[in-house]
Design a binder for this molecule. Sequence first.
Ligand SMILES: Cc1cc2nc3c(=O)[nH]c(=O)nc-3n(C[C@H](O)[C@H](O)[C@H](O)COP(=O)(O)OP(=O)(O)OC[C@H]3O[C@@H](n4cnc5c(N)ncnc54)[C@H](O)[C@@H]3O)c2cc1C
Ligand code: SF4
Length: 473
Amino acid sequence: MAEHYKPVKYKQWELTLEERFQEYHPPLTDREAVLEANRCLYCHDAPCMVACPTHIDIPTFIKKIATENTKGSARTILQANLLGATCSRVCPVEELCEGACVLEHEHKPIIIGRLQRYAMDYAASKKLKFFHPGKPNGYKVAVVGTGPAGLSCAGELAKLGFDVTCYEKKEMAGGLDTYGIVVFREPVEVSLSEVRMIQDMGVKIKTNTTIGVDVTMEELIENNDAVFVGVGLGSVPDMSIPGETLPGVVDGLEFIEETKVRKLNEITFGQRVVIIGAGNTGIDCATIARRLGSERVTIVYRRSEAEMPAYHFEYQFALGEGVTFMFMIQPVEVVGEGKVEGLKCVRMDLGEPDQSGRRRPVRASGAEEFVLPCDMVIKAIGQKKHTEMFSKLAEHGVKTTSNGYIAVDFETNRTDNPKVYAGGDCIRSKGEASTVSAVQDGKIAAAAIHQQLTGTPSPNEKHIEPVLSPVMK
Ligand SMILES: Cc1cc2nc3c(=O)[nH]c(=O)nc-3n(C[C@H](O)[C@H](O)[C@H](O)COP(=O)(O)OP(=O)(O)OC[C@H]3O[C@@H](n4cnc5c(N)ncnc54)[C@H](O)[C@@H]3O)c2cc1C
Ligand code: SF4
């Protein structure tokens, strides 16, 4: 097969492999943090706080950094968001708090995410503990899945005195924070230290335990006063094209997971990698491949640049890493003798809008197929839903939406079974899935469970008017 490519030189390769996978943003120094905090106008009705899905009291935590009360700052963050350390690293701040900052238009927005990380890193380095288990109230809750939705729900319930047990099918807790967020954005240790914080609050976590295999959903519903389902989404679906099972075709989530759980020099990667899909998973796979040492990385996407699901800053980041994008291209076959040698593709046009409101890609008239030479194909075309579990839940009256997510009342995150609540990616039938939304889902469900079982509103529920929880130190 003809090969017409030139390796793209890349500054990261001057670093060691380990250095390339260090956190991308260095931490702020004390001086930088205080100087930046002093730029904040401490706005009344702060738009940054409204834009944060968990409504962290941003002006207050920044003010505390400015006055060198970093412990107090960390407490303010965690009161609203128990996963403040993860969110400070992974939140699309340009679209949320920083995008809403009043200084965005005239000058530069306050770097809220990095200030939050500064406070969270301080709390972690000093091993500070802010919460105790609440006074036991006699109620038992099971949480399925320990991603941000499950951990947030579990932690908020523990503060209120519930007896909470989380069930997690993987070896380590933390969901995608532990296994899916690219390591140079969030090291595994950050996620695991949040897991430990939730355990210190009295939450029991049973890992290597799959609901539906090791424990049934029936047992959970019967033996608990409430069940929260935060199972996220599953693996990458099949593309249903010939050659998909050839060695060298890999699942994007598994590729990312390797960099989080294995030694970097043990990871297999191609020199010419083609990634199918231009969402955040695709971008992460592309940047990982470049940093591992792939000479040529190309993302193919069947729609146009405007429809690309990845965040704009991620797209810019990937371009800066030397990743090539090919839009309006549909793969039709993986070709090769016993291993991947190329991806056969065809050019697309955009037709009428589909269910998602985006214009449906259709094969361009007269378009001929062509082959992109490569030695690795990474599938990053979204995630499957846990349909088997959802049909089990349906036997207990839990309904799903027309596009296959768990249906909930968004005020409470309660399903059609009054004992079962859900949150996170498994209910995100529309809108963007994100860590911070999953955290908020867990909070909403915890408050509703408290209200339903005890008949009183949750003192943790602060919304925008902060109220100190009685269990806070
Ligand atoms: C590659 C990638 C990169 C991303 N990057 C970002 C980012 O930069 N910023 C951002 O805000 N968001 C990002 N997201 C989205 C974000 O990670 C998710 O929205 C968030 O993790 C959803 O949380 P969750 O708790 O619903 O699910 P998950 O984090 O998926 O956790 C679900 C948990 O449930 C467990 N589970 C599943 N089934 C069972 C079962 N039967 N029994 C027991 N346990 C079970 C799983 O093992 C898992 O631990 C990214 C997503 C991906 C895939
Ligand atoms: S909007 Fe900007 S300036 Fe105002 S409180 Fe928030 S971070 Fe500070």
